[in-house]
Design a protein around this ligand. Structure first.
Ligand code: GDD
Ligand code: MG
Length: 323
């Protein structure tokens, strides 16, 4: 099986950071979001096809410099085509069936078991479903007693949500679904295609462990906590020269001498954390500088951002504006 990864979104909810970096390259628990997504793929996947567009060069560079376990091919969109258009644009040579992955979801999920379920049920698709309290930002499924999906509504009003089981952005589909997507124009797979596939048998696969969509600052930091708690953020120990609790992931070339770490922090490459600065529940990206004695909590600090000594940054997303 091949995997089709949707990676062309603009990441508007993570601006201003996504003006300079595609969201999939934001480090979470020490690795880019994309790394954690691909990490879910079975090792025998034949090829990973990245349906990319926005900041495709940066994604290509990352994949070249950090080759994943599978052969990777990029299919670029000139203009964003949406989830449906992106899939259709990458349809040539796709396997039957194939894995479909959103590139901003952090989860523990057994994709091979999903593929087996699809074959057993002779279904056109199987979608991983996560249980959430607030269904508004997601696609919501109604299920029958056999977990067959009987209705699917993308981003419904709460009163119209048929359940609290939402599309987790990880699925297995027969290749034929790609023929149902209009070509040559943007479209939403979830809104325009999925509801029409239900009569061809689509099953839900309820995720029992953790899941989140890391597409907003708050949920990205939540995803980082999930990954560290699951041991997927490396050892997480506070490096010599710094103090505090951790878990923390400090990347190559960062200088954290004298820093004080609370829980759940990533410090990007070549970043400098000044003496006495306190960092908690945050991501500090590459080449950033946190001045002495500053306090940073619940925040995303973009690449090369400078936080002045003694200042306080709380629940903020900092980055350069559009260039
Ligand atoms: N190639 C391409 N082109 N990819 C795109 C485009 C595009 O124009 N627009 C978005 N994507 C990619 C994003 O990069 C992301 O990986 C994925 O498609 C989903 O887009 P989001 O913008 O993150 O969608 P969402 O989070 O609002 O909703 C989707 O994900 C939810 C789960 O996280 C839907 O699939 C929902 O049904 C689902 O519940
Ligand atoms: Mg998303």
């Amino acid at each position: 099986m091949k995997a089709l990864v949707l990676i062309g979104g603009l990441g508007t909810r993570l601006r201003p950071i996504t003006y300079s970096v595609p969201k999939q390259l934001i480090p979470i628990a020490g690795q880019p979001m994309l790394y954690h997504v691909l990490d879910l793929l079975p090792s025998d996947v034949e090829e990973v096809v990245l349906a990319s567009g926005y900041k495709a060069e940066a994604i290509d560079r990352y994949v070249r410099d950090h080759p994943p376990r599978w052969p990777v091919r990029t299919v670029r969109e000139v203009e964003p085509l949406g989830t449906g258009g992106g899939m259709r644009n990458a349809a040539d040579g796709m396997s039957d069936p194939f894995f479909l992955l959103n590139s901003d979801v952090i989860a523990r999920a057994d994709l091979a078991a999903m593929a087996r379920r699809r074959a057993e049920r002779d279904a056109i698709g199987v979608m991983a479903l996560a249980s959430v309290d607030d269904t508004r930002p997601f696609g919501v499924a109604a299920l029958d007693a056999e977990d067959r999906i009987t209705a699917f509504v993308e981003k419904p009003e709460p009163k119209d949500a048929p359940s609290h089981w939402i599309n987790a952005g990880l699925a297995v589909w027969r290749r034929s679904v790609l023929d149902r997507i209009p070509s040559g124009r943007p479209s939403s797979f979830e809104r325009e295609v999925v509801p029409h596939l239900l009569d061809r048998r689509v099953f839900g696969f309820r995720l029992a462990a953790y899941w989140d969509d890391a597409g907003t600052p708050e949920r990205l930091l939540h995803a980082q906590r999930l990954l560290f708690d699951d041991g997927r953020g490396g050892p997480g120990t506070v490096p010599p020269g710094a103090t505090g609790t951790g878990p923390v992931a400090v990347l190559e070339g960062a200088n954290v001498d004298g820093a004080v770490f609370g829980s759940y922090v990533t410090v990007g490459r070549r970043s400098r954390i000044g003496a006495g600065a306190r960092i908690e529940n945050s991501v500090i990206m590459d080449d950033a500088e946190i001045g002495e004695g500053a306090i940073v909590t619940g925040s995303l600090v973009g690449p090369s951002v400078r936080v002045l000594a003694g200042s306080r940054v709380e629940n903020a997303t900092l980055g350069a504006g559009p260039s």
